[in-house]
Design a protein around this ligand. Structure first.
Ligand code: GTP
Length: 241
C-alpha cells in the first residue's frame, strides 16, 4: 500500500449530485462514477466508511419549509439515505467491492442495524461500510451523521465530496469575486457562518479534532488526489495543528 496520510476515511457523498440531469432520483451513470471513484480509493487499501445524503429524493428541511411537520419530513429524509445507500451498495458490489449497509433506523429486512463494534470489524476486513439513516434522529443532517460516525469509528479525516471547489468567503454562485480558502479553522467557519457543514457537524469535528477536506467531486479522480495529499479543495482544521 502506498504511503497515504490517512488509514481510515469517512467519505461524505452528496445525495443531490446523484440526480444528474434528471428532475429527481438516481442517474445510473452518476452513481456508477461514484462507485468507480470509491473502488479506486478502496484499491489503495484505505479503510472507507461512507455517508451519502438523500437530497436527490427527499430533504427534510425542504419538506418542513413547505409546511410539513419537521420531524416527519426528517424521517422521510432518513429513508431517502437508505435508498441511496442500497443503490451505492449495488453499484459497488457490481464492481467487486464488498460493502455493508448499516442503518441507524431499523429496516432489518434490507440492511444491518448500526452496531459500532460490528462496523469496525467490517472496516478491518476491508469492506466499505455505508452508514444509512442519518443519526436516526430528526433535526440532524447527514453531515452531522458523518461527523458522529467518524468520531465513533475513529476516522482520520472526513472527505466531504460536493459540487463546489471548497469553502469560500461568500457564496461563489452569487459573488464572482468570492475567494476560496486553502485552509480554515473550525472556529472561523463557525464564527463567520461559512457554508461548509452545519454548525452541529463542524462543532463535533472540532471537539473531536477530525479534519475535514471539502472538495469538488465533479472532477474525476479528486477523491484519490485528496488522499495523495494534493492541495485541492479546503481543509478545515484546528488552529493548534
Ligand atoms: P463476518 O461476521 O465478518 O463474516 O461479517 P458478515 O457481514 O459477512 O456476516 P453476517 O453473517 O453477519 O452477514 C452476512 C450477510 O447478511 C451480510 O451481507 C450482511 O450485510 C447481512 N446481514 C447481517 N445482518 C443483517 C440484518 O440484520 N439485516 C439484513 N438485511 N442483513 C443482514
Amino acid at each position: 500500500m502506498a504511503d497515504y496520510p490517512y488509514k481510515r476515511v469517512m467519505l461524505k457523498l452528496s445525495g443531490e449530485m446523484l440526480v444528474g440531469d434528471q428532475a429527481m432520483g438516481i442517474q445510473p451513470d452518476v452513481i456508477g462514477r461514484f462507485a468507480d471513484e470509491v473502488k479506486d480509493l478502496h484499491s489503495t487499501g484505505v479503510e472507507i466508511a461512507l455517508v451519502i445524503g438523500g437530497g436527490n429524493i427527499f430533504r427534510g428541511l425542504a419538506g418542513a419549509s413547505r409546511g410539513m411537520d419537521r420531524t416527519h419530513a426528517d424521517y422521510m429524509g432518513m429513508l431517502a439515505t437508505v435508498i441511496n445507500g442500497l443503490a451505492l451498495q449495488d453499484a459497488l458490489e457490481a464492481r467487486g467491492v464488498y460493502t455493508r449497509v448499516m442503518s441507524a433506523i431499523s429496516v432489518n429486512e434490507i440492511c444491518e442495524p448500526y452496531i459500532r463494534r460490528r462496523a469496525m470489524r467490517h472496516l478491518e476486513k476491508g469492506r466499505v461500510v455505508i452508514f444509512a439513516g442519518g443519526t436516526g434522529n430528526p433535526y440532524f443532517t447527514t453531515d452531522t451523521a458523518a461527523a458522529l460516525r467518524a468520531a465513533e469509528i475513529q476516522a482520520d479525516v472526513i472527505l466531504k465530496a460536493t459540487k463546489v471547489d471548497g469553502v469560500y468567503d461568500r457564496d461563489p454562485a452569487i459573488h464572482d469575486d468570492a475567494v476560496r480558502f486553502d485552509s480554515v479553522t473550525y472556529l472561523e467557519v463557525l464564527q463567520r457562518g461559512l457554508k461548509v457543514m452545519d454548525s452541529t457537524a463542524v462543532s463535533l469535528c472540532m471537539d473531536n479534532d477530525i479534519p475535514i477536506v471539502v472538495f469538488n467531486l465533479s472532477h474525476e479522480g479528486n477523491i484519490k488526489r485528496v488522499l495523495q495529499g494534493e492541495e485541492i479543495g479546503t481543509r478545515v482544521y484546528s488552529a493548534a495543528n
